[in-house]
Design a protein around this ligand. Structure first.
Ligand SMILES: Cc1ncc(COP(=O)(O)O)c(C=O)c1O
Length: 481
């Protein structure tokens, strides 16, 4: 049996895998293979076939074998041959495709919710396609050839320089390009820091906030890291309760999901604790750009770059589909993280890195964040107004920043409200979903409502639907955070 990839692109335009096998010699095998390629649609009607000589060379057969096979298929009506336009697949060859005759069972397409109010994703319809494309084009035009070789696991220097300036200006982060490692987002950063099944640069136990993303807790558990829950109050995580843990993971700008910033005294206290214990603070700055009513809360990293690992990504500001993030490291961890990443860049596309660098340096990132901040602020305001009008006893909290709000519900109503919402085609999460299983902090009933996910035109209907399922006119639960 002989096989060949025919990719005489100027004739076929795509790779064509021909397998010469079966009885009757090469001519018969080639006829069968070409017939099959036409029948299956791999060779579309009108496609120009390679000249005899090049196909013969690709397949390692005599030129006459190809000429004979083409002639046979022209006679059968599969191909057409015309002076000056070469041999092409006949226009009427299509009905013979088996796919058209054999009924194919198509699995039902997973239908999304009618109203998606889950937290987590920005408005996908607002991705800045034109500006990103312009950055991508510039990046590609200006990229030196070495860009197309194996990438540096630290990430492109251009992006690390752009981030150094941007993070200093927008988030108060103090660093230099040599202390930034590009990764594919926060989850990847956790994997790099703690390893998978041990072997990272950090070890547990790790204190975490009593409410947080379960996915991140699971990731840590899978890496063999024990997580200890820290209760929350109106000033944020109770860092005064930190003890013998080796580190603490916090969302200081906007506690996830309850929504408050970590109070200034707690920020100072956690740094004192880390210095005294030789511990490290992991700062998850997942939506630090989106603060609405006051100046953004600066990064804790700015208080002590030697004690804090600051982690950010474009998942909220641009799109989680880009899978681009950054770790700002104390210098002592850089080599270990690079070793965990491997010898070459295996995660973050170098072209996307260069595009993001251009996007930041050209000012497009700031413009996009400003535009989205206005849009999300309007949505937040509409949510607050709608609740005030239709569900006045439901308290809305955590709305000074971010892309989601927490709606405090009367005790004992969280489950039934989430269920009722699901019946109405509304996807959202109960607050309990985010609770650390070992915390003894008093639970409050609530909903976590993401107001960024629906597209602009769908948001009003989603709000109406939400108001329709909220418990009417009862006493609300105790507020916290
Ligand atoms: C609490 C929290 N941290 C971090 C992230 C970002 O994760 P990633 O960068 O892996 O997409 C998210 C989601 O966007 C989040 O909700």
């Amino acid at each position: 049996m002989e096989e060949s990839w025919v990719n005489s692109a100027e004739q076929i335009g795509a790779d064509l895998h021909l397998e010469l096998s079966g009885p009757g010699g090469r001519r018969a095998a080639l006829i069968r293979a070409l017939r099959e390629a036409v029948r299956s649609g791999r060779l579309a009607p009108g496609t120009r076939l390679p000249p005899y000589r090049s196909l013969a060379a690709d397949l390692g057969v005599a030129r006459n074998t190809v000429a004979d096979a083409y002639a046979e298929l022209v006679a059968e009506g599969w191909l057409t041959a015309r002076q000056g336009s070469g041999t092409r697949v006949a226009e009427r060859a299509e009905p013979l495709r088996p796919a058209a005759r054999v009924p194919v069972k198509v699995p039902p397409r997973a239908r999304g919710p009618r109203h998606d109010l889950r937290q987590g994703t920005p408005d996908a319809s607002a991705f800045p396609r034109a500006a990103w494309l312009a950055s991508y084009r510039r990046a590609l035009q200006q990229a030196p050839n070495e860009v197309f070789g194996p990438g540096d696991p630290a990430g492109r220097r251009e992006l690390r320089e752009a981030l150094t300036e941007y993070l200093a200006r927008a988030r108060g982060v103090r660093t230099e390009p040599g202390c930034i490692v590009i990764c594919s987002g926060f989850a990847h950063a956790l994997r790099l820091l703690f390893g998978q099944g041990g072997g990272g640069v950090l070890r547990g136990p790790l204190a975490v906030e009593a409410y947080g993303l379960g996915f991140h807790r699971e990731l840590l558990t899978a890496a063999g890291v024990r997580t200890a829950p820290l209760p929350l109050d109106e000033a944020g995580a109770r860092v005064d309760l930190l003890d013998r843990e080796r580190g603490v993971l916090l969302t200081p700008a906007h506690q996830f999901p309850t929504g408050g910033p970590l109070h200034a005294s707690r920020r100072a206290a956690v740094i004192d604790w880390a210095r005294a214990r030789g511990a490290v603070v992991l700062e998850d700055d997942y939506d630090g750009e989106f603060r609405y009513d006051r100046r953004p809360v600066g990064a804790v990293q700015g208080l002590d770059p030697e004690r804090v690992i600051h982690i950010g990504s474009v998942s909220k500001s641009l799109s989680p589909a880009l899978r681009l993030g950054w770790m700002v490291l104390p210098e002592r961890y850089v080599d270990g993280v690079l070793a965990a990443k491997g010898e070459r860049e295996a995660w973050a596309s170098v072209l996307d890195q260069l595009s993001l660098a251009d996007f930041i340096v050209s000012g497009a990132y700031d413009r996009h964040v400003r535009r989205m901040r206005q849009r999300y602020r309007r949505r937040r305001d509409r949510l607050v107004e709608a609740l005030a009008e239709h569900a006045p006893r439901v308290e809305v909290t955590g709305v000074a920043a971010g892309l989601h709000a927490v709606l405090r519900l009367p005790p004992g109503t969280e489950r039934s409200t989430v269920k009722a919402a699901a019946w109405q085609g509304i996807a959202l999460d109960g607050l309990g979903t985010f609770r650390h299983p070992e915390t003894d902090m008093p639970a409050g009933d609530g909903l976590v409502v993401g107001y960024a996910t629906p597209s602009e035109h769908a948001y009003g209907a989603a709000l109406d639907a939400l108001c329709g399922v909220l418990p009417p006119g009862e006493q609300r639960g105790p507020a916290s955070g």
